[in-house]
Design a binder for this molecule. Sequence first.
Ligand SMILES: NC(=O)c1ccc[n+]([C@@H]2O[C@H](COP(=O)([O-])OP(=O)(O)OC[C@H]3O[C@@H](n4cnc5c(N)ncnc54)[C@H](O)[C@@H]3O)[C@@H](O)[C@H]2O)c1
Length: 310
Amino acid sequence: MKRILVTGGAGFIGSHLCEKLVSEGNDVICLDNFYTGSKENVWHLLGEHNFEIVRHDVCQPYWAEVDEIYNLACPASPVYYQNDPIQTTKTSVFGAYHMLGLARRTKCKILQTSTSEVYGDPAVHPQPESYWGNVNTIGIRSCYDEGKRCAETMFFDYHRLHGVRIKVIRIFNTYGPRMAANDGRVVSNFIMQALRGEDITIYGDGTQTRSFQYVSDLIDGMTRMMASDDDFLGPVNIGNPGEFTMLELAEKVIAMTGSKSKIIFRPLPSDDPKKRRPDISLAKEKLDWEPKVKLDEGLAKTIEYFKTKI
Ligand SMILES: NC(=O)c1ccc[n+]([C@@H]2O[C@H](COP(=O)([O-])OP(=O)(O)OC[C@H]3O[C@@H](n4cnc5c(N)ncnc54)[C@H](O)[C@@H]3O)[C@@H](O)[C@H]2O)c1
């Protein structure tokens, strides 16, 4: 049994990770300030003897004796991370700094959930880890993109200077049950609009692409990365290489929900990337990992979940 700290553990991804770690018999501390996460996401774990919740902001130091840290704390949806951009940068950078300090003192392994946003609006497609990205430093998305890039830098410097056992994954768009219904991410937006019979809003002309990974595939990749040899640090892409246009996704959601919603188009927000697709060769080679859940299968489960939220 390991003692494992999950920051951002009450969020969408964190709650699925806590669930898996608890079911494997680990002693799990879920640390969260509940900015975008909720107790409801981990309600079902509260009675377990090997699970506890701590209300805490990672911008402040935190101390516990642990064997592993998964650092997830950070709002991931543009609506929330742009609501208080200074807090977003602080969460990424100070959060990484405090968790790396804890990892250094306890000599534990620490995994950072970085993001495909470090590639910005990519000039290389699909994106391999060796691509350095095309990111605006001063735009409305920069608090998140640059915060995550700085966190990656700090992880590698803590490794080089202090020998901290780091792991960095770059997560591509992930969806599934427990995404917040109002968080403005494309999958939750389309499903909620379709279920309510409202117009489905596409920003831009709908030809921009994204790849969509079901949450169970991500959790599998994430835990494999944590279990991998200490000399494999990453960064490694964890995402589904299937690529869809926004228009294809909207049409799929309408068909699967049997909705009468119409598709409407709105101007594209600034710095919105036109294309996104992970090159996952490194994850296949080093972690023997690739996603298993097809978009239709994952969407069906997600739609069932959102039906309970209407
Ligand atoms: N969902 C995706 O598609 C995606 C893609 C790339 C990277 N990621 C990364 O994965 C992680 C989890 O994302 P998610 O989709 O579950 O988002 P989420 O918003 O559902 O979860 C983030 C959690 O962090 C908590 N949090 C935020 N600021 C905090 C702070 N200062 N102190 C403590 N807790 C704080 C929130 O309350 C929430 O529970 C994030 O770091 C995100 O950047 C997610």
